[in-house]
Design a protein around this ligand. Structure first.
Ligand code: VGL
Ligand code: ZN
Length: 217
C-alpha cells in the first residue's frame, strides 16, 4: 500500500454571488468554475472556502468615499486601494456562495475583509499584513503542506492568497482553468499568472489534478 507523503488542501476562493454574473462585482464567467470546483473537492484531504465578508461602508467601496468613483485608486495608510462597487456585505444574498457550489465537503470557512478600515484580498492576511485570518495555523494543525487554489478573482484574491501561501512556506498550486479574473486593465490576469509562477507557484489545470489523483488511488 502506498502511503501519502502529506495532506493536501483545496482552497475555494470567494465563489460568491456578487462575483458571478448578475452580482455587483461580477467577474466575467465567474460561474463557469463552479462545476470544476465541485468535481475536484473529493480529490483532497481537506476543503476550505473563503468568503469576502465586508461590513456596510467598507473602505474598499467607492460609495464610502465622497467624490470617488468605482475604479479610482486611493492611498490608504500607504497602501494603494482600488475602489469597488459595494459587494459581499455580511449576511446578504450577494455574499452567499454560488447556489450550485457543493458546500457539503467544506471543512472550514474563512471570512476576510471583515474590518471596516482595511481590505483583505488574501485568505491569510489583511492587505497590511497586520492580522492573520487563522488559515495558516489551521492548515499546519491539520498537517497540510501543499495547497491547491481555485476561484475568484485570479488577479486579486487568488493572486494575493497564493503569494502569502508561498511566503508562509506552503507548496502552492493554482488551478488555472478553475479561476477567472476581473481584468481591470487588460493583461492583469496574464501578469498575475506570470508573477505567481516566478514566485514559485505551480500553475496547473484541473485535468492534471484528476490525472494525478488517479495515480494515487
Ligand atoms: C475581490 C475585489 C474586491 C476578490 C474581493 O475576491 O478577488 N476582488 N474584493
Ligand atoms: Zn472585497
Amino acid at each position: 500500500m502506498q502511503t501519502k507523503k502529506h495532506k493536501t488542501a483545496l482552497i475555494l476562493v470567494d465563489i460568491q454571488n456578487d462575483f458571478c454574473p448578475g452580482g455587483s462585482l461580477a467577474v466575467p464567467e465567474g460561474d463557469a468554475i463552479v462545476s470544476i470546483a465541485n468535481a475536484l473537492q473529493a480529490k483532497f484531504d481537506l476543503v476550505i472556502a473563503t468568503q469576502d465578508w465586508h461590513p456596510e461602508n467598507h473602505m474598499s467601496f467607492a460609495s464610502t468615499h465622497a467624490g470617488h468613483q468605482v475604479g479610482d485608486i486611493i492611498d490608504a495608510d500607504g497602501i494603494q486601494q482600488v475602489l469597488w462597487p459595494s459587494h459581499c456585505i455580511q449576511g446578504t444574498q450577494g455574499a452567499k456562495f454560488h447556489p450550485q457550489l457543493d458546500v457539503s465537503r467544506i471543512h472550514k470557512i474563512i471570512h476576510k475583509g471583515t474590518d471596516r478600515y482595511i481590505d483583505s484580498y488574501s485568505a491569510f492576511f489583511d492587505n497590511a499584513h497586520l492580522r492573520s485570518t487563522g488559515l495558516a495555523d489551521y492548515l499546519r494543525e491539520q498537517g497540510v503542506k501543499e495547497i491547491y487554489l481555485l476561484g475568484l478573482a485570479t488577479d486579486y484574491c487568488v493572486k494575493y492568497s497564493c503569494l502569502d501561501a508561498i511566503h508562509l512556506g506552503f507548496q502552492v498550486n493554482l488551478i488555472r482553468d478553475a479561476c477567472r479574473g476581473i481584468e481591470l486593465q487588460s493583461g492583469d490576469i496574464a501578469n498575475a499568472l506570470a508573477e505567481l509562477q516566478v514566485a514559485g507557484v505551480k500553475i496547473i489545470t484541473s485535468k492534471e489534478v484528476v490525472a494525478n489523483s488517479a495515480c494515487h488511488e
